[in-house]
Design a protein around this ligand. Structure first.
Ligand code: PEP
Ligand code: MG
Length: 317
């Protein structure tokens, strides 16, 4: 089976009805680009940059260190696009014990991801400058996690402008980026039209979107049985986000675990998804599904799944 899949590495991911599907990789460290390329990924859809920040006992990577790391990822992809997500610490990814403030009683609802970045603009500007500098060396997409509010979007965009100006003032080379937002909070999924006024593309973080839609802590074993990607409300939010992006001709991807789950591939294709970002180890299995799929037929079936009170009952076993 492994060998059979390996032969698909250079096969383009095209459905039976000729739809080109983008299969891209989630990575945590620059060296993971090797696995991404080996699996035939056509880009990085999610570089979880927080892994550069974790376990550092207080001192965070400075601009140059971050720039080197982002640049290594860009170089590692040989000209293919690399989507760098700004830090998503807090909640299940504490920086280190010392900084994991016990005062945050409910870390998943607390100061995590973009909220954490906006609370420390100088740290955030450092990361933005490093990413913009790496963008001088290849195609870089800048992805912002956990946005919900228009005010957060505007603050973030202002800081990106400021980071550019600071580099210009220093005479340091930087490059253009495509700007994306993660859709991880139900409020964001319900405000996609607002998001699309500001962003070039959206990436649906289903891990958190499921957690927040169902009020199920994704890290809590005692409620894991209720963590249901097929809950009708979750599917509705995912479907509407994809549909609105497509209607506006904007890029949309899924980068949560759902994208690498082969039992979900056909449903996501049916919902109109054409870009899947996942752990490199899943890419060939998902491609295998893509090659056997007819999106026109799947779209009709997906409509039924969406309308069902029990979507799981309509899924193939
Ligand atoms: C997600 O929430 O689906 C996601 C991709 O981000 P993370 O798993 O890093 O929170
Ligand atoms: Mg997330």
């Amino acid at each position: 089976e492994r060998e059979r899949l390996a032969r698909l590495r250079h096969t383009p991911a095209v459905t039976l009805d000729g739809q080109k599907i983008e299969l891209i990789a989630n990575i945590e460290m620059p060296e993971d680009t090797v696995a991404a390329i080996t699996a035939g990924a056509v880009g990085v859809g999610l570089f979880r940059s927080e892994f550069l920040f974790m376990g550092r006992q207080g001192h965070l990577p400075d601009e140059d260190e971050q720039y080197e790391a982002y640049r290594r990822a860009v170089d590692g992809m040989n000209g293919l696009p690399v989507t760098i997500r700004t830090v998503d610490v807090g909640a299940d990814k504490p920086l280190d014990e010392a900084r994991h403030d016990a005062a945050h009683l409910n870390p998943a609802l607390g100061l995590r991801a973009i909220r954490w970045s906006l609370a420390d603009p100088s740290m955030f500007l450092t990361q933005l400058r490093a990413i913009l500098r790496a963008a001088a060396h290849g195609k870089v997409h800048l992805l912002i996690p956990m946005l919900a509010h228009g005010s957060e979007i505007r603050q973030t965009l202002a800081l990106i402008d400021q980071a550019r100006q600071e580099l210009d003032r220093r005479g340091v080379a930087h490059g253009p980026v495509r700007l994306g937002a993660m859709i991880e909070i139900p409020a964001a999924a319900l405000s996609v039209r607002m998001f699309l006024k500001y962003f070039d593309f959206l990436s649906i973080g289903t891990n958190d979107l499921i957690q927040y839609t169902l009020a199920i802590d994704r890290a809590d074993e005692s409620v894991a049985h209720l963590y249901d990607p097929l809950h009708p409300a979750v599917l509705r939010l995912v479907a509407d986000t994809i549909a609105e992006c497509r209607a506006q001709g904007k890029g949309v991807s899924v980068c949560g675990e759902m994208a690498g789950d082969v039992t979900m591939t056909r449903l996501l294709l049916g919902l109109g998804l054409r870009s899947f970002s996942m752990h490199p180890s899943q890419i060939l299995s998902v491609k295998h599904q893509v090659l056997r799929s007819d999106t026109a037929k799947l779209a009709l079936w997906a409509e039924q799944v969406l309308a069902s009170d029990d979507p799981a009952s309509l899924m193939p076993r």
